[in-house]
Structure formats: structure tokens, C-alpha cells
Ligand binder design. Structure first.
Ligand code: NAI
Ligand code: 3PY
Length: 326
């Protein structure tokens, strides 16, 4: 079998790197921290594997031999999809293996915002627990409340299962099209309802965004949408930061219309030090850790390596991203 040139543009676990090295010539050059080495390897690269780096037309122009990119992520918003399609370069990603872990993270944000976990833990740590806790420190229940999901795909449904089956929460969802629960998510039958967006927003105690970033979702969660949310509702974003107008979100928090926000993702990451979201007392910010467990990051890397090895060998690829609509 012909050995091909693979460029690993963000570190992957050693056992998965070895699988690539067994079959191909591999260069490891972090695109963000070792840019010169990355640039030097691009002209001969036939396969790329990594994540969290923008691969646009300018990068592709310098990679004339490229056959396939394997992203160690399910989201593909940092790739120039139309350019990949036009140039006949395959894109692979890691759907499915991270669903449960990301849903856990979203639930951590639901609990943290509602029960004021970070704020009250800090009160104890800083020696400010001076009297019995009373209503000044009370939170709000999560169980039994209504959950509105923007995005009801693989991860949205994993969140819905936790909410409906574990926390007794009615689930309303908004997606591009209704999901046939009987065949695709039987556990959610009778628990989740495809709901017109205005109704979902006005009825939900928690609105969770689990949307991909695309032309249709960029800035979708804007002032108008936020104003339709129930007064006192909590907003959680586990999808992509740029689906939200962050200034409008801050205004909705400051006016008291929204009670709190839990954010794993931001329009700009890492979150700039001068972002008011970083220190806002009613925002729980996380550094994009949705899938960041040892087990799941390893599973993602393994699937990404499976994808790339199959793509370069011309075998069926486990998780190819469909570029035909790009
Ligand atoms: N915080 C984190 O660490 C992570 C974030 N993500 C983000 O979550 C996204 C979703 O992942 P999956 O559930 O696997 O994707 P999916 O493709 O299974 O589901 C996407 C859902 O969004 C809906 N949707 C898309 N465009 C829409 C629009 N314009 N209006 C209404 N609904 C729309 C679809 O109908 C579908 O229900 C990823 O694309 C990624 O950006 C994924 C993994 C980890
Ligand atoms: O997979 C993704 O899209 C992420 O954001 C990180 O897991």
C-alpha cells in the first residue's frame, strides 16, 4: 500500500498517532503554536487531521495534494465547506461518540446556573458563609421545569433524554424538521414535542441551544428571539458561540429579563479578557469543555483516525461529512 503524507495539525493521543505512523509518513505540527512547521508540511500533505483551526481557501491553496481532512470534532464550521466540495477534498468528522458527554456538560450548566453552584461554592471558599442559608441564596428547581431545545439532533436528543427521563421535564424542540420519534428516538415518545419557535420561547423555563454554526444559524439568537423568552428563564449555549448575539444576551441579563446564562461556547475563543461575559455575576462561563473528558476525547481521536485511514485507502469511511449541500 502506498504511504501517504499526513499532517497532524493538533495533538492526538499517542496510541492513535501510532496507528497513522504504521501506515503513512506523519508530520506533527500544531497549526496554532508551530505555524512555520505546519506551513512547511502543507504542500505535500495528502491527509490532514486535527481540530480547532480555520482551514479556509488560503490554507487549501497551499495544499494542492490534499485528498481528505479528518476533523477531531463533530462541528465543521471552521472548514471552508464550499471550497472543499469544489476541490473534491473529503471531509470527515466525529458524530455520535461525544453525544452523552456533551449532554452531561449541558446538564452541568443547567444545575450550576439554577442552584448557583459556582457562586455559592466561592462563598464558602472565601469564608463568607457566615449564617444559615436563607432566601437570599436560594436557587430554583430544575426537575419538572420545561426545557426548550434549539436543535434536536444527536446531542439535543441526548439532552432531552436526561431532561425527560431523569428530571421529569417536558421537552419542546425546534429543528429544521420534526423528528419521527417512533423510529428515531422511541424513548422520547410522549415526552418531546416539535413546537413553533415563539411558543417554545414563551413556555420554556430553560432554553438550550445545541445548534451547529452555519449561515442559517449565525446570530440566530438575537435580541428579538431573546425578548420572546419567558421572563426569568435561563439560557444555555452548548453549540457554537456565534449563533448568539452576545451584546443582546448581556442586555437581556442586565435588564433582568433573563435570570442566568450558562455558556460553554463563545463567539471568540478563548474568551477575551475584556468580555463582560467573563465576569458577569449571572453568567456561568466554561472554556468549551463540552466533549472534554479523557474517554470521549480518546474516542473522538480514534474515530478521526479510522476516518482518515479509510479515506486515504479508498475504503468506506465511517463518518464522512456530506458536502453536497455546501
Ligand atoms: N460545546 C462543545 O464542546 C460541543 C459543541 N458541539 C456543537 O453542537 C452542534 C450540534 O451537534 P449534533 O447534535 O451532533 O448535530 P446534528 O446535526 O445531529 O443536530 C443539529 C440540529 O440542529 C438543527 N438545526 C440546524 N440548523 C438549524 C436552523 N437553521 N434552525 C433550526 N434548527 C437547525 C438540526 O435540524 C438538528 O436538529 C455541532 O455542530 C457543534 O457545533 C458539538 C460537540 C461539542
Ligand atoms: O466536536 C465539536 O464540535 C466540539 O465543539 C468539541 O468537541
Amino acid at each position: 500500500m502506498t504511504r501517504k503524507n499526513i499532517l497532524v495539525f493538533r495533538e492526538i493521543p499517542a496510541d492513535q498517532l501510532s496507528r497513522l505512523q504504521a501506515e503513512h509518513s506523519v508530520t506533527v505540527a500544531d497549526a496554532k503554536t508551530d505555524r512555520a512547521a505546519f506551513d512547511a508540511a502543507l504542500p505535500t500533505a495528502q491527509g490532514l487531521i486535527g481540530s480547532s483551526f480555520t482551514i479556509d481557501a488560503a490554507v487549501l491553496d497551499r495544499a494542492p495534494k490534499l485528498e481528505a481532512i479528518s476533523s477531531v470534532s463533530v462541528g465543521v464550521d471552521n472548514y471552508a465547506l464550499g471550497e472543499l466540495h469544489r476541490r473534491g477534498i473529503m471531509l470527515c468528522h466525529t458524530p455520535g461518540v461525544l453525544d452523552e458527554t456533551v449532554a452531561d456538560t449541558v446538564f452541568a450548566l443547567l444545575m450550576a446556573t439554577s442552584r448557583r453552584v459556582v457562586e455559592l461554592a466561592n462563598m464558602v471558599r472565601e469564608g463568607r458563609w457566615a449564617k444559615n442559608i436563607d432566601d437570599e441564596h436560594f436557587g430554583f428547581d430544575v426537575h419538572g421545569k420545561t426545557l426548550g431545545l434549539l436543535g434536536f439532533g444527536r446531542i439535543g436528543q441526548a439532552i432531552a433524554r436526561r431532561a425527560a427521563l431523569g428530571f421529569g421535564m417536558p421537552v419542546l424542540y425546534h429543528s429544521r424538521r420534526p423528528v419521527d420519534l417512533a423510529s428515531q428516538a422511541p424513548q422520547l415518545q410522549g415526552h418531546a414535542l416539535h413546537t413553533p419557535l415563539p411558543n417554545l420561547l414563551s413556555q420554556s423555563d430553560f432554553v438550550v441551544a445545541m445548534l451547529p454554526l452555519s449561515d442559517s444559524t449565525r446570530g440566530m439568537i438575537n435580541a428579538q428571539l431573546l425578548s420572546q423568552m419567558k421572563p426569568g428563564a435561563v439560557f444555555i449555549n452548548g453549540g457554537r458561540g456565534a449563533t448568539v448575539d452576545e451584546a443582546a444576551l448581556l442586555a437581556a441579563l442586565d435588564s433582568g429579563h433573563l435570570r442566568a446564562a450558562g455558556l460553554d461556547v463563545f463567539a471568540k475563543e478563548p474568551l477575551p479578557l475584556d468580555s463582560p461575559l467573563r465576569t458577569h455575576p449571572r453568567v456561568t462561563p466554561l472554556p468549551h469543555i463540552g466533549s472534554a473528558t479523557h474517554e470521549t476525547r480518546h474516542d473522538m481521536a480514534r474515530l478521526a483516525v479510522d476516518n482518515l485511514l479509510a479515506a486515504l485507502a479508498g475504503r468506506p469511511v465511517p463518518a464522512q461529512y456530506d458536502l453536497s449541500a455546501a
